[in-house]
Design a protein. Structure first.
Lengths: 111, 119
């Protein structure tokens, strides 16, 4: 499974856009890129998944360049409730897939 | 939809005792369930993968005789920590997967976690 590298922590302020970049140089052809969010003392929650180019849903956007060696999670206009740990995971999409979590990025949103 | 529950949400036990944690998919049938452990300020570590009716597959370094996993039905998996010791104190999280419910994203649905404290 491809290893991922993310910044350990980030700080932002309410209303700002936050971009979290993840490096996955060894991504395989059939690997997808998935982001999860985790609040303290809770299980992670799925945010978004993509394979290439750009994916957008109601909470975030995911930008993936052509070489797919990195990806950027974009959170528009963050609020205090977006303070959490964000995990970038890379893996295949066929059948069930083990999720190997990296260290994640601890995002702190300030008033 | 796609709700996963865990019971208990927290448990305190004495060293040497066994503790059972339940993971249930409430509104879907989970073909596969996963168990994770998370220490404070650390990431989730996958412990094992269980498919209904089959023996669990443990990750390297996880003692299968210490962490007994049973996936007897499509909606219930249990993790039993046998002869628990203080170093087993951790946050245990399960997740459930079903190819229909998970959809194109192959999303895993996580439970709220169980905090185990071994005295």
């Amino acid at each position: 499974l491809a290893k991922t590298t993310q910044p350990i922590s980030m700080d932002s302020y309410e209303g700002q856009e936050v971009n979290i970049t993840c490096s996955h140089n060894n991504i395989a052809t059939n690997d997808y890129i998935t982001w999860y969010q985790q609040f303290p003392s809770q299980g992670p929650r799925f945010i978004i998944q993509g394979y290439k180019t750009k994916v957008t849903n109601e909470v975030a956007s995911l930008f993936i360049p052509a070489d797919r060696k990195s990806s950027t999670l974009s959170l528009p206009r963050v609020s205090l409730s977006d303070t959490a740990v964000y995990y970038c995971l890379v893996g295949g999409s066929g059948g069930y897939n083990k999720l190997i979590f990296g260290a994640g990025t601890r995002l702190a949103v300030h008033p | 939809g796609a709700v996963v529950s865990q019971h208990p949400s927290w448990v305190i036990c004495k060293s040497g005792t066994s503790v059972k944690i339940e993971c249930r998919s409430l509104d879907f049938q989970a073909t596969t369930m996963f168990w994770y452990r998370q220490f404070p300020k650390q990431s989730l570590m996958l412990m094992a993968t269980s498919n209904e009716g089959s023996k669990a597959t443990y990750e390297q370094g996880v003692e299968k005789d210490k962490f007994l996993i049973n996936h007897a039905s499509l909606t219930l998996s249990t993790l039993t920590v046998t002869s628990a010791h203080p170093e087993d104190s951790s946050f245990y999280i399960c997740s459930a997967y079903d190819w229909v419910t998970s959809g194109a994203n192959n999303e895993q649905f996580f439970g709220p976690g169980t905090r185990l404290t071994v005295l």
